[in-house]
Design a protein. Sequence first.
Lengths: 359, 308
Amino acid sequence: MWPFDRSPWPLRLERRAKPSMAMRMASSPLAAVAMVVTGFLTLSLLGTDPVAAFKVFFVEPLSSLYGLGELLLKATPLMLCALGLAPGYRANVWNIGAEGQFTIGAITGGGAALYWTPAMTHGALPLILLAGVLGGMAWAAIPAFLRSQFRTSEIFVSLMLVYIAQLLLSYLVHGPWRDPAGQNFPQSPPLPDNALLAPLFDGARVNVGFLIALALAALSWWFGHATAAGYRMRVSGLAPAAAAYAGISQRRNIWLAMLIGGGTAGLAGICEVAGPIGMLQPSISPGYGFAAIIVAFVGRLHPLGIVLASLLMSALYLGGESAQVELQLPSSVSGLFQGALLFFLLAAELLIHFRVRRT
Amino acid sequence: MSLATWVAIAASAVGAATPLVYAALGELVTERAGVLNLGVEGMMLVGAMSGFAVAVSTGSLLLGFLAAAAAGALIALLFAVLTLSLQTNQVATGLALTLFGVGLSAFAGRSFVGLPIARLPPLHIALLSELPVLGPLLFHYDLMVYLSLALCALIAWLLKRTRAGLRLRAVGEAPEIAHALGEPVTRIRYLAVLFGGAMSGIAGAYLSTALTPMWVEGMSAGRGWIALALVVFGTWKPWRVLGGAYLFGTVTVLQLYAQGLGIHVPSEFLSMLPYLATIVVLVVICRDARTILLNQPASLGRSFHPGY
């Protein structure tokens, strides 16, 4: 195929008779290796010693108990969001607005913590987390409704709602929810103690949210592989026409996919606010909802893969921060690596369905 | 509200619409060839950054726009190789392109943040620009505004009235049949994707050198996605896409004049308007299933593998 069908090209692609199982397992590790190699080539071209950069990026942030805690802490929102997105992507439902559902979850959960539960002596935290989940679900219900009712692309609607959610949060912390004692900073009062997630162990910030994420990974494996609803969603993604013929309702798939994705993203949002941040402020996410799209793909939409991929992505965030401090590289370098990782993965997936042959 | 204010609103709406016109017309050509490139936002940002960087370094806005078009086409080439030659999923690859473009432009443009630049000046046409009302309304824009209108006419004519346009549409509607008739499907799709990338790059450069003359990371603020939605809203027809872009330009600038119009709403809610409007127009256009069925290129988003 052009440009690969020209004689100067020594290689060509040939479709495999059946997809390669080995390549299916190998594609994500291959992509990660390719990304690390390209990353260090780029850095050495920019005049940074690649060995030193490797240490700063991957070794130093993880060589303390605190660092390991940070790895799990940052992996939590990525894991939660990606676990929720995966069933939808398997069913061809493209929710790319997890960032917005994350923000709304932070708003509804944070609002509950500030104005509803402060006087409660027990049971405040579950209510707050539930409020976050419901907020994310409600936000995701908008694209679900518009897609199933009017065939409006959920890609555009969910993405537009990201901007709207961020503006809503900005309005709240600049206006009605601003801390009167906050010296005019655009932030809410700190969350009361009964609304905070306790650290799992001393000397680190990782909290019970990480355990919830792991439990949800197990639950999502069960949902995808052992329930009829999960099966129906997979069939709809793999063979839409066959699914429709078999009477599988695409409308139901859309609703399920969006509500699952919105719920986990909302949970991730409130876990950030009730965890490391401890209050509402204009910016509560360094793009976790978007990075989770990459995590879902790198994890090959499989729960175990997503757990591993979110740890890798979290290491990239930590490495980016550490490189910012020690090598004066901009933190945006992690965004660059994340994008490159997804490209490499998509290219590596080619090897599942095609083999490269000499002409 | 005086007449002068209304004229000022209309004139700034045209400015706000112009980057949308470039990006949406480019994506329209790509989609008419059957390829859905969701990377417009990323390509715009790369264009905005490289256009600004080259314009500041060389002092030439022309070189800036050329560099932006080249940079947009270059990262569109990455998308083309992946989706057209390596058969990757177009939705996933387009998202990757956007995420990559956001990161790349923030990384490569970090030393240009906050630098001043002389903005693209409006034309001054003797006599015409000085006309009351009509002068500021029609004859006082920068060159790129007029160029975007000319491009819209050219693309509409090429698509509808020429052999090249017919071949492009054939590839978008029925790639298998076009292939059987001897059309180089993949090559035509490559060219359409590269054209879309160059147009998105120009759209970005217009943002960073004319509309808001500066470079900040993420400055396109969702305009790439709005441009994508405009292609659907305009039912894949150039003149309707142009009209849609001007409608959105108006919505965008109305928030700046809202106070003067006596609307007292927190600014955040006014800033939501373009995004809300995008959702509303998409619902309106998609409500009737036939509108999409009749107008959307039939092979949009599907990979084509010629086989051997």
